[in-house]
Design a protein around this ligand. Sequence first.
Ligand SMILES: Nc1nc2c(ncn2[C@@H]2O[C@H](COP(=O)(O)OP(=O)(O)O)[C@@H](O)[C@H]2O)c(=O)[nH]1
Ligand SMILES: [Mg+2]
Length: 248
Amino acid sequence: MSNDMQEMRVVLIGKSGTGKSSTGNTLLGSKVFDAKLSFNAVTKECVEGRFVDHNKNLTYICVDTPGLFDSSDKLAETALKIQSSVTKHCHKPHAFLLVLEATRFNHEDCFTLSYLQMMFGKEICEHLIIVVTHGERFQSDDHFMKKLKENDPLWDFIKKCGGRVIRIENESNSKQTARENLEETIEKLSRNGKEVYSCKYLSTCSEALAESLANYKGPKDIDKQLQDIQEILKRKLPGCCCCYDNNL
Ligand SMILES: Nc1nc2c(ncn2[C@@H]2O[C@H](COP(=O)(O)OP(=O)(O)O)[C@@H](O)[C@H]2O)c(=O)[nH]1
Ligand SMILES: [Mg+2]
């Protein structure tokens, strides 16, 4: 590998079954991640994949993560797993791909931004790209945007996440268009790799998650679990609330 080989670090994030692993495979151009139709989450731990693009002198490093709201999980536990794995495999990522299946967007999804901010701070918003899979369900980009705007909670959510949204099709015979679309969006967002995510409160976020997990006493709704974490964060970071999304 030549010394001036650049890295592009990307995290795949989202609920189980939305197409995270498939999107990672499309981006890396081969079947690196296990993608399948399943009622149970397939990716239980974070997995790393790489692709070296010799033409661009660029290595894509991609981390696939467990589903965000997998039913039996404690949210703080999943959050700590995702956070520590991202720090380990994908230090200072250029982009977080938030993978969604637009037709399945529901009440639970509205909590995603709060949840992500508790893991990665508000700084994550600058580096989020919403990737809608099953892109061929939409006849054109105009049709896609029209359908997104018709769904008020989904459109509000997209705007809060910075408004960057693309559609891709992971199951088409030629995945080249989807791949190019992903690469172009990531490279534009990161200004060709110059801008990376970082958050100076990351260790405080993990302390808050660990404290909430230690206090966890049996099943609680998503909003209740997130409120607990938020309360701890507010105490640890007075005057500097990490969680700007008010869905809680
Ligand atoms: N038709 C279609 N199927 C997809 C697409 N993306 C993912 N899938 C399918 O959806 C299922 C779940 O995908 P997977 O990547 O395992 O989701 P994950 O749990 O988020 O990692 C698999 O059967 C995939 O083949 C897509 O863009 N189009
Ligand atoms: Mg998966």
